[in-house]
Design a protein around this ligand. Structure first.
Ligand code: PEP
Length: 252
């Protein structure tokens, strides 16, 4: 059965000390509430990865980077490679987030390199896709997301593709307080699963975890997560408070 995943994306928030406290609080609440059948992931800044891995029970919580370099190693000042991320004990890496695409010019070409390096280093990519408001308003979201997938992760071998998770995040719902309606989210995730089925076969499609992201919170998570194709969430703002995040983790 495919995994249910709830992944926090802390973005550029918290000092190491604050991040460790937050991670410990999530760990404590998750342990108390007996969370099961959900993979809980904390997506922290690079600087926090090793400290957060050391602070949590890794049987209960996994840790993710929010990016990795497009090169394996070498003279790339300021970059953090997939091997470095893996060496912290992190198991996941969020790739292709719309903020990286928009503010740092990440293209499909760059993302192909990042995904390949992440996989080669034993990290699980959470590969993000999703359209801007103007595309949704023109009702072109399906074609847009299809192209995003076809230019990147649909070029992987079936073996590699089977190792990653996907997060659909409509840009108009990220950090805006506007959630895609349950029907819109389910419709897109079912569409993505259909594309995977056409490309890699039904069995692979059935095993691929596809998450929804965009203003997901403890209130709307139960309805979203009850949908047949929504396998969890990528959570920004609501992952910065342990109790809010726990409310989402326990929405299943
Ligand atoms: C995100 O940035 O991945 C995200 C979903 O943010 P938020 O939950 O704050 O909308």
């Amino acid at each position: 059965m495919r995994k249910k995943i709830v992944a926090g994306n802390w973005k550029c928030n918290t000092t190491i000390q604050e991040g460790v406290e937050l991670a410990k609080a999530v760990n404590e609440l998750a342990a108390k509430s007996g969370v099961k059948n959900v993979v809980v992931v904390l997506g922290t800044p690079f600087t926090h990865l090793a400290s957060v891995v050391a602070a949590v029970d890794t049987n209960l919580i996994d840790v993710a980077a929010q990016n990795c370099a497009a090169e394996a190693k070498g003279a790339y000042t300021g970059e953090v490679s997939a091997a470095m991320v893996k060496s912290t004990g992190a198991e996941y890496v969020i790739l292709g987030h719309s903020e990286r695409r928009e503010y740092y010019g990440e293209t499909s070409e760059t993302l192909n390199k990042k995904v390949a390096l992440a996989l080669a280093n034993g990290l699980t990519p959470i590969y993000c896709c999703g359209e801007a408001l103007s595309i949704r308003e023109a009702n072109e979201q399906n074609a847009y997301v299809k192209t995003q997938l076809e230019e990147t992760i649909f070029n992987l071998s079936v073996e590699d593709f089977s190792k990653l998770a996907i997060a659909y995040e409509p840009i108009w719902a990220i950090g805006t307080g506007v959630t895609a309606s349950t029907a819109q989210a389910q419709e897109m995730l079912a569409y993505i699963r259909g594309l995977i089925s056409n490309k890699f076969g039904k069995a692979v499609a059935e095993e691929t975890s596809i998450l929804y992201g965009g203003s997901c919170n403890a209130k709307n998570a139960p309805e979203l997560f009850a949908q047949p194709d929504i396998d969890g969430g990528l959570i920004g703002g609501a992952s910065l408070k342990a109790e809010d995040f726990l409310g989402i983790i326990t929405a299943y």
